[in-house]
Design a protein around this ligand. Structure first.
Ligand SMILES: *[C@@H]1O[C@H](CO)[C@@H](O)[C@H](O)[C@H]1NC(C)=O
Ligand SMILES: *[C@@H]1O[C@H](CO)[C@@H](O)[C@H](O)[C@H]1NC(C)=O
Ligand SMILES: *[C@@H]1O[C@H](CO)[C@@H](O)[C@H](O)[C@H]1NC(C)=O
Length: 201
């Protein structure tokens, strides 16, 4: 009946409006060309990004379009191919000069099984651009000396959110840990961060 249609119309309009006002597209712009920084208070047994990759032959340059990345990286983490690698991602928001943890966290118990999974954020912003993926896929991050050849690409980090996100400075912390086949953690783990500005577009 007309009454039902009318109600349906109101509901549809309401939801459309709701999703429009709440949904947002955001862009993340790295704070500097160095891009990566060390985790604060890290124990001597941890390494920063250099413990994961030798970055000698990769370049990062920041321009209006975003961060351009290109070159080669070489695996620098001394673990074994059959090790299980765990990734933990934590997000912090800069509030009155201190980094506050946020609810945006992610854990991957077996990073190697999803390193090239198209649905993952790191695929969109990183592993998609590994030119020799077919050759090095099975080595994940685990085989010291493995070269990853990167296409030159502009990293535009666009995120969409169903709920509102506060504009401002965010930092992402990535922690990689490796476990041998009996579940014992390897002595060296990797922790690094990158900081950027998140704003609505
Ligand atoms: C990482 O650690 C190495 C050696 O401890 C240091 O030389 C380097 O500046 C650090 N930072 C980055 C971003 O590589
Ligand atoms: C960097 O490139 C130079 C020249 O191609 C090469 O000799 C060197 O082995 C590379 N280093 C790494 C860590 O890939
Ligand atoms: C990356 O490695 C390839 C093959 O070794 C080499 O031709 C190329 O120049 C390297 N790129 C950079 C930026 O070092």
């Amino acid at each position: 009946s007309g009454g039902t249609m009318h109600l349906l119309w109101i509901l549809l309009t309401f939801f459309a409006f709701q999703s429009q006002s709440n949904a947002g597209n955001y862009e993340f712009l790295p704070a500097n060309e160095k891009f990566f920084s060390d985790c604060p208070d890290h124990p001597p047994s941890s390494r920063n990004i250099s413990g994961l990759f030798d970055l000698t032959n990769i370049t990062f340059s920041l321009s209006a379009e975003g961060l351009t990345i290109g070159g080669n990286t070489t695996s620098a983490w001394d673990i074994q191919q059959e090790d299980r690698v765990e990734l933990e991602l934590n997000t912090f928001f800069l509030e009155r000069g201190t980094w506050q943890p946020t609810v945006f966290t992610l854990t991957s118990k077996d990073f190697c099984s999803v390193m090239y999974d198209e649905r993952q954020y790191w695929y969109k912003y990183w592993s998609k651009y590994i030119k020799n993926a077919e050759e090095v896929k099975d080595r994940c991050l685990n085989v010291l000396g493995t070269k990853l050849f990167m296409e030159t690409y502009v990293m535009n980090m666009h995120l969409s959110s169903r709920g509102p996100i506060r504009d401002g400075f965010y930092k992402y912390r990535l922690t990689f840990r490796a476990f041998d086949s009996s579940g014992v953690e390897r002595p060296t783990y990797i922790c690094f961060e990158f900081i950027g500005d998140l704003f609505k577009i």
